[in-house]
Design a protein around this ligand. Sequence first.
Ligand SMILES: [Fe+2]
Length: 244
Amino acid sequence: MTVTNLEQFCESFSDLLKGKPDISTLIRTGRSLVGELVSRKEWIGDILERVLFDKEFSENQKPGIWPNEITLHRSPDRSFLVLCYIWDPGLTDAVHDHGSWGIIGSFLRPIGERKYIRLDDGKKEGYAELEEVSSIVLQPGETTYVLPLNKGIHRMENFGSDTAITINVYGLNVRKGYVQFFYPEMNSVNRVYPPKTLREALAIRALGSMAAPWSEDLLRRVLASALPDYIKKEGEISLAKLKT
Ligand SMILES: [Fe+2]
């Protein structure tokens, strides 16, 4: 099937995944489908109209880590997710990793991508050494991809003077709940969460910065709670910090 709009794209992508391809086939064929989608421009008008005038569409958008993100499609079996990012001129992403594979297509205007590899073993909390390994410019219609965790550390950038758009497709998360932002010039790394979870994580980090009996008690309650593992991990880090 030739992909001329989002609906056809989602159908073709779903068929691709149903065939349970190995990762290299998935990325190769997936990139060609995303390439076809971002080469057709007409369908984006409907999306932008829905952002502005379709209340239900807007209400169904889940607040994510990136405020410039629009959810275009969630496959009913959760096997893939199609997002659109609108990039203001000069907008540079933080260096980050991903919980899943991802395919990124430039839709409107060139967009820069730098890729990094991680040099340290990840065992020291908050510490990361990165090395930049490539810097490319994706022209509209072109694609790039990332793999999960340390195999997909990158940063996107709209270095132009006008709005750019990318269409991004992601698979099932092998790591849920957060992404890591890296600060290569400071050799540091930080977990970043969507807004609601971020509030919880920040509360825990605040507790870890205040040596009081009640802060330790509260952190112990976090560890004994039914909160997700990544939030408990924040609790462990803060508790360890209190004890140093
Ligand atoms: Fe990314």
